[in-house]
Design a protein around this ligand. Structure first.
Ligand SMILES: Nc1ncnc2c1ncn2[C@@H]1O[C@H](COP(=O)(O)OP(=O)(O)O)[C@@H](O)[C@H]1O
Ligand SMILES: [Mg+2]
Length: 236
């Protein structure tokens, strides 16, 4: 589903180039649960942003479902992203003073295929699946960190994306809420969602079936986890 061919990325700020990724080759199949690990500053989030069409590579090719993504306009990438990818971030990125239900309905605003009358039902269903059916009318700033992250997962889920990207999803959580979040991601993987997790914690990465280590912008290790079930099911 995902294929990177010699991807490099350099940021340019005030005329100064900062190279971050170097000749990254990577293939990820549908149904995988992959953890991208590495120290702070190694390029994990940059790689995730490229994989999630939030940024473009400087050089190299990115094929999604066999198509060269360089041929897509920014608008085409944005609609592909909204329809097929979901994102979860360390800082939750919820709208404060906005209800849980409205937060989860947000991606539906940009979905041309979702009917107005179905939106509440879809958001409710996503919230129930993360155990927050009783919190729909709370404001997001009235929730605990663990609850906020579960709302963020519901929001990422509401359009039933094939791929869910999670960038340090447990970074701001206590260990119990962190495990809950990881259990949910694991469950989503059994249902057929591809999970691409970015983390520097081995405790979080242990949920993955494959661990990719990145150091100074290069992949230095890519291993299947022995004994982990490999899911590659159809999305349920
Ligand atoms: N928008 C940006 N502009 C300039 N440099 C950036 C930008 N984003 C990240 N970087 C730099 O790229 C390097 C890798 O960052 P990042 O991908 O966020 O690493 P990680 O997620 O592994 O901590 C860091 O040195 C960081 O300062
Ligand atoms: Mg990061």
């Amino acid at each position: 589903m995902i294929k990177l061919d010699k991807i490099s990325k350099a940021y340019e700020t005030d005329g100064v180039e900062t190279p971050v990724l170097f000749d990254v080759d990577l293939k990820i199949d549908s149904g995988e649960f992959v953890a991208i690990m590495g120290p702070s500053g190694s390029g994990k989030s940059t790689l995730m942003q490229i994989l999630g069409f939030l940024d473009r590579p400087s050089t190299g090719k990115y094929f999604f479902d066999g198509k060269d993504t360089a041929s897509f306009s920014d608008d085409e990438l944005a609609s592909l992203r909204n329809a097929r990818l979901g994102f979860i971030f360390q800082s939750f990125n919820l709208l404060p003073r906005t209800t849980v239900l409205e937060n989860v309905k947000l991606p539906l605003q940009y979905s041309p295929t979702t009917k107005e009358k179905d939106k509440d039902g879809l958001a409710n269903e996503a919230l129930k699946s993360v155990g927050l059916g009783h919190r729909i009318n709370f404001f997001s700033n009235q929730l605990s960190g663990g609850e906020k992250q579960r709302v963020a997962i519901a929001r990422a889920l509401v359009l039933k994306p094939e791929v869910i990207f999670a960038d340090e999803p447990t970074g701001n959580l206590d260990s119990k809420s962190g495990s809950q979040v990881m259990e949910i991601l694991d469950q989503l993987n059994t249902q057929g969602h591809t999970i691409i997790l970015v983390t520097h914690e081995s405790n979080t990465a242990r949920f993955a079936q494959r661990i990719i280590a990145i150091s100074d912008g290069q992949i230095v290790k890519d291993e299947r986890v022995v004994g982990k079930k490999q899911y590659a099911g159809e999305l349920k």
